[in-house]
Design a protein around this ligand. Structure first.
Ligand SMILES: Nc1ncnc2c1ncn2[C@@H]1O[C@H](COP(=O)(O)OP(=O)(O)O)[C@@H](O)[C@H]1O
Ligand SMILES: [Mg+2]
Length: 293
């Protein structure tokens, strides 16, 4: 009986001590990631939510930007050069921090994540940089295998299998042994895309994926991006000043103007918009395309 009482008393003391410690030394900010609270819509519907984001350098670049993306959706972000498209992508990738506002990935705020959660988030997101990123000291196969090895894949058979799948996915079968110097610009971009999807990301961010290639290659790259987004069920953002690219790949369109979202809606609404800036943007791009060709 005494033993029982002693144990009970000891347990009680431990509990009180635990409560006290927690009260006196609350867990650091790096604890659970804050979930979004209010808002009148079901945020579980969205993979990404950008909420009231501001970003300035010497001057304001983005002002109170808000948008959401559903799973499997391709969002096209249009805007003139310097309108903040690349900055927006870097904010979403977690490479830049917003001055204010929040960015949610499946309801969790990436702007307040600790290093470990941020690392996990980055593993789910892939970035196709404007210039592509093909190493010139590796052939195509090894370029595509690079992110797999970097993520810890060691089994050579598995690596070869995955590289074969990716070569086929980006329509570069039989080109695995080529060096970068032997690739056209379009093919380099296909390699960059294969590398970006190698580790099966959930989100893919494309920065001007069709810049500096000729119109025929542009068209086939756009078709490839569209096909991959659907086939791999990628949630994607395509940032470009190329209207044709957006027309071919995007489900929904955002038009940036001087740091604000001037238009947001589907393709049909964009093309039938009576807004003078939207109309001028469409007319301007068409004019440039005709002048280019
Ligand atoms: N790291 C930086 N430091 C200072 N200014 C920057 C930086 N990154 C972008 N900017 C400025 O932000 C503006 C938008 O840039 P950016 O997002 O690259 O435009 P774009 O729409 O052409 O991609 C530009 O005026 C650019 O000079
Ligand atoms: Mg840019």
């Amino acid at each position: 009986m005494e033993v029982f009482l002693a144990l009970f008393f000891f347990g009680y003391l431990t509990l009180v001590a635990l409560i006290f410690t927690r009260h006196l030394f609350p867990p650091a900010q790096s604890g659970p990631i804050p979930e979004k609270v209010s808002e009148g819509y079901d945020h579980s519907e969205f993979v990404l939510e950008v909420e009231d984001v501001d970003k300035s350098f010497d001057q304001p670049v983005l002002k109170s930007i808000s948008f959401q993306i559903r799973s499997g959706e391709t969002l096209g972000v249009l805007g003139k050069s310097g309108s903040g498209k690349s900055v927006a992508l870097k904010l979403i990738a977690g490479l830049l921090k917003p001055d204010s506002g929040r960015i949610f990935f499946h309801g969790k705020d990436i702007t307040r994540m600790n290093e470990r959660d941020l690392l996990n988030f980055r593993k789910r997101v892939s970035y196709v940089f404007q210039g592509g990123a093909v190493f010139d000291f590796l052939n195509v196969r090894e370029n595509i295998a690079y992110p797999l090895r970097e993520r810890g894949m060691r089994d050579e058979e598995k690596i070869a299998e995955r590289v074969d799948y990716l070569l086929e996915a980006v329509e570069l079968e039989n080109m695995g042994d080529l060096q970068k110097s032997e690739l056209s610009l379009g093919a380099s971009k296909q390699v960059a895309i294969a590398r970006a999807i190698a580790n099966d990301p959930e989100i893919i961010l494309y920065d001007e994926p069709t810049s500096s290639v000729d119109p025929i290659i542009k068209k086939s790259l756009n078709r490839l991006i569209r096909k991959l987004n659907k086939q791999e069920h990628l949630t994607s953002i395509v940032v470009t000043h190329d209207l044709r690219c957006i027309e071919m790949v995007a489900d929904r369109v955002i038009l940036l103007k001087e740091g604000i979202i001037h238009f947001q809606g589907d393709q049909e609404a964009f093309h039938s918009s009576a807004d003078p800036y939207v109309q001028a943007f469409i007319a301007g791009r068409r004019f440039e395309e005709t002048a280019d060709n």
